[in-house]
Every structure is written in structure tokens, then in C-alpha cells.
Design a protein around this ligand. Structure first.
Ligand code: BV8
Ligand code: ZN
Length: 241
């Protein structure tokens, strides 16, 4: 299917679900996890930082690593892909953005209906009393003296209550799902496009690398960078509307 035919699907869609991963923020300068040279996981052994047991054992390095990531995502800017997704939300009758990203760039680009499956780096919270905290120098909870951690879902932690139910409900009722910039390696997030496929929605994959992507009769691939493809898709879909 060409970008023109995908644009026609988008223009006629009544209920759109956009599903994003780290690739949508790559052009903002936020390192992805797996796909590029400076991929995040190459720098550190994620077992020491992004799992609760490793995080507890590796203080203050793990706190500082997350603090640096939180600072980095505040410094960078949303890119044309984030802006195009916010435009789609304004144009379609029913919309939900389900993101695996924790960088807050979708919200900064104007997206309102955002479901963050893996939390976010906007603030920290206490392992023991759950109190919220700013990114202070040392990971010590002001309220109870407990250990502070980022407000994200680490590996082997449950997703926020109800998040996957809400994502599933949207995936099973949408008529079009756009999957942008994800390697589909992390479970249960990776189920979201599958729910849509099983319910007869059209699924469009936007990614320079098509390995590990869902397959099926109603799957279309637009190979390339999100920052190039999404603005073009929106321009064609909503031209002279
Ligand atoms: C859970 C926050 C129950 C933290 C993240 C064995 C097999 C299968 C699964 C498991 C297993 N063992 C355990 C599991 C479950 C595990 C899991 O999936 N592990 C994986 C690694 C195999 N999942 C969990 O633990 C989840 N919880 O299951 O609880 C449980 C309880 C106890 C024991 C077991 C299970 C919790 C998962 C949440 C983890 N937290 N983030 C942090 O960031 O520090 S996940 C992390 O990876 C990010 O959120 C990220 O979004 C996510 C997925 O990565 P992607 O977003 O896809 O990014 P990636 O770099 O991989 O890919 C980038 C893509 O962009 C590429 O395709 C690239 O081609 C593309 N791209 C690049 N440039 C561009 C582009 N696309 C477009 N434009 C561009 N310019
Ligand atoms: Zn506390």
C-alpha cells in the first residue's frame, strides 16, 4: 500500500489508535533502547539499573542514570512526528495514543489522550511510601527516608493498574492502528497491535527497520523515519479539508 492509500485510510478512519516506542523520539535526539549506535542498553547492563533488584543494589549510580535521562528528555524538543500525531488527534472523532515512551515528548507536542504504559520521567517516587518527589541529588525520600526511584515501570514490574485493559479496549475497537518506532520486543505492550489485528483493524507500521514487525493481510509497512513519514501522511490525508 502506498502512503496515499494509507492517507485515505487515515482520512476515513473514525477511531484511530497510535502506538509508539522509542523510535518516535529518535529524531529528537533521545537514544533508543536497541536500534542505534548510541542505544541506551549498550551503555549499561540494564539488569543493574532497570530492574528493581539491580536498581536497589546499584545506588547511587542507578538513581543518577535515571536522573540524567530525566534531564536529557527535558532538554530536547518534540519532533515533527510527535507534532503530526497531535494533529491526527485533533482531526479524528475517536483517538488514543498508547506509548511505551517515558520522555513526555508527546504531551509537550500537544497530545492530550495519552496512555503511558511504562510510566514517565517527569518525577520520582518512593519505593516504600509511594510519595512523589522531584529529582533531588540523593535518592532519599523526604517523607519516610526510603529509597527514591523513577516513576517508570521497570522490567519485572506490573504495568499501571488498568493500563493494558484500556489499551486492549481501544485496540479492539479502533479501525486503524498506526505503530510507530517500536521493535515490539517488550511484553505486554507488544500485544497492542495484535489485539487490533485480531479485531479486523488496519495496522500500519512506520519504522526504518521491518524486522520483528507483525505480519498479516491487513498490515501495511511504511519504511522510513517517523519524522519524515508522519508529517507527509498527515499532509496528504488532510489536504484541502
Ligand atoms: C511484566 C521503562 C509481569 C524503564 C521499560 C521473556 C520473554 C518475553 C518477555 C519476558 C521474558 N522475561 C520477562 C519478560 C517480560 C518483560 C519483557 O518484555 N522483557 C523483554 C526485554 C524480553 N516485560 C516486563 O517485565 C514488563 N512487566 O511483564 O510484569 C512480570 C512480572 C515478573 C516477572 C516477569 C513478568 C515490564 C516492561 C516495561 C519495562 N520498562 N521502560 C526504562 O526505560 O528504563 S521498557 C523499554 O523498552 C521502554 O519503555 C521502551 O519503549 C521499550 C520498548 O522498546 P522500543 O520502544 O520498541 O524501543 P527499541 O529501542 O527497542 O526500538 C526502537 C525502534 O524504533 C526500532 O524498531 C527502530 O528500528 C525504530 N526507529 C529508530 N529510529 C526511528 C525508528 N522508527 C521510526 N523513526 C525513526 N527515526
Ligand atoms: Zn517514602
Amino acid at each position: 500500500m502506498t502512503i496515499e492509500s494509507v492517507a485515505a485510510l487515515l482520512r476515513d478512519a473514525k477511531h484511530v489508535l497510535v502506538f509508539t516506542g522509542a523510535g518516535v523520539s529518535a529524531e529528537s535526539g533521545v537514544p533508543t533502547f536497541r536500534s542505534d549506535a548510541n542505544a541506551l542498553w549498550r551503555e549499561v547492563d540494564i539488569r543493574n539499573f532497570a530492574y528493581p533488584d539491580g536498581y536497589r543494589r546499584n545506588q547511587p549510580d542507578a538513581w543518577r542514570w535515571y536522573g540524567q535521562r530525566a534531564a536529557k528528555v527535558r532538554e530536547v524538543m518534540p519532533n515533527a512526528a510527535h507534532e503530526a500525531i497531535a494533529e491526527i488527534e485533533r482531526r479524528v472523532p475517536e483517538f488514543l495514543l498508547v506509548t511505551q515512551n517515558i520522555d513526555n515528548l508527546h504531551q509537550r507536542a500537544g497530545s492530550k489522550k495519552v496512555l503511558e504504559l511504562h510510566g514517565n520521567l517527569r518525577e520520582a517516587r518512593c519505593f516504600d511510601c509511594d510519595a512523589r518527589s522531584p529529582w533531588v541529588a540523593d535518592p532519599v525520600c523526604e517523607a519516610c527516608g526510603g529509597l527514591l526511584r523513577p516513576d517508570v515501570v521497570m522490567f519485572e514490574e506490573e504495568l499501571p493498574a488498568g493500563a493494558m485493559e484500556q489499551a486492549r479496549e481501544a485496540a479492539e475497537s479502533c479501525d486503524l492502528l498506526l505503530s510507530v518506532g517500536t521493535s515490539n520486543l517488550v511484553w505486554p505492550a507488544t500485544e497492542v497491535p495484535r489485539y487490533a489485528l485480531r479485531s479486523g483493524a488496519d495496522v500500519v507500521i512506520i519504522n526504518p527497520d521491518m524486522s520483528g514487525q507483525p505480519t498479516g493481510l491487513r498490515v501495511t509497512y511504511l519504511k522510513g523515519a517517523a519524522g519524515a513519514i508522519l508529517p507527509e501522511l498527515v499532509r496528504i490525508a488532510y489536504a484541502n479539508l
